[in-house]
Write a protein that binds this ligand. Structure first.
Ligand code: 0WE
Length: 277
């Protein structure tokens, strides 16, 4: 007997077979959102994508095409009309949504340097609107389409709970995002819509480019994290596949660290090798 054909692409098997999901926040092939999308596709999901602006459209269209997606629409998460248009489009295309991936954050560059105490009212509002309120707005728009339950993932970072050099107003926005995850989980639980945070360790992505101190963070991770390495977008994709799938049917509202264990340590182990010393 010949075994059935299997391909690494969309299959009738896989953790997410038959599920339909919207991915918000792909910027390029290094994006965490792309790591999630690629794995979701491998697990059999059908995917829709959004992009923000012409520059990102040119990156997102080919990536979306490579996983067989034909739903690629503009979305500025600060624009309620664009949110409505995307979900009206999904209603028309699919009539239903099973999952949503939120991988969007922004703070003005000047607010990711220097002192948090200098954050302007406008800079604070921008960071919280794009990085936190957008999850609430997208969850509200997704709710009526998630008629058979659903799963929502938002990306967060350790700077939400521990003061981290230069992360500043983004740490405040991520703290609000993590609280939003819990409140949304309570609101949407009765509809069997689960809401999760993934707290990823540092990864070289577009969002991390030009972040001062990134190199230092990537060096410290393997020295201090129990797993002795940095994490990859594939690590994030694998955890996301679990959270988006029925394997995690009994879990909601949690923050799931994909950080090689960094967050559970107080300091570097003195017996552990370092590159220097
Ligand atoms: O959440 C993030 C990055 C989010 C981000 C990045 C930028 C860079 C370009 C938000 N807004 C902007 N605005 C820009 O103009 N991370 C978890 C990655 C990151 O960013 C940092 C980090 C880490 C880690 C910023 C300062 C310190 C550490």
């Amino acid at each position: 007997m010949t075994p059935p054909e299997s391909s690494p692409g969309a299959t009738s098997k896989g953790l997410l077979a038959g599920k339909r999901g919207l991915v918000v926040g792909v910027a390029n092939k290094r994006s965490l959102a792309w790591g999630i999308a690629r794995r979701a596709h491998e697990e059999g999901a059908d995917l829709a994508f959004t992009f923000q602006g012409d520059a990102l459209e040119r990156r997102v269209r080919p990536l979306a095409g490579s996983v067989g997606s034909t739903f690629i629409e503009p979305l500025d998460v600060t624009d309620d009309d664009q949110i409505d248009a995307v979900f009206a489009g999904l209603q028309e295309r699919w009539g239903r949504l099973d999952f949503l991936v939120h991988s969007v954050a922004f703070a003005n560059r000047e607010d990711l340097l220097g002192r948090t105490v200098d954050t302007s009212r406008a800079g604070f509002a921008t960071a919280l609107d794009i990085s936190c309120y957008s999850l609430i707005a997208l969850a509200r728009a997704a709710e009526p389409l998630m008629t058979e339950g659903g799963s929502i993932i938002a990306m967060t970072y350790y700077g939400a709970t521990k003061a981290t050099p230069n992360y500043n107003v983004m740490g405040i926005a991520k703290a609000a995002l993590e609280a939003s995850i819990r409140y949304l989980a309570v609101d949407l639980g009765p509809k069997n819509i689960r809401v999760h945070g993934i707290s990823a360790g540092p990864v070289r992505t577009l969002a991390a480019s030009g972040v001062s101190g990134m190199r230092g963070m990537l060096k410290v991770m393997p020295e201090r994290a129990p797993l002795g390495r940095n994490i990859t977008v594939d690590d994030v994709g694998a955890t996301a596949a679990y959270l988006l799938s029925d394997l995690s049917a009994g879990t909601t509202g949690g923050i799931h660290f994909v950080d090689a264990g960094f967050n559970i340590t107080a300091m570097r182990h003195p017996d552990r090798d370092t590159a220097s010393s």
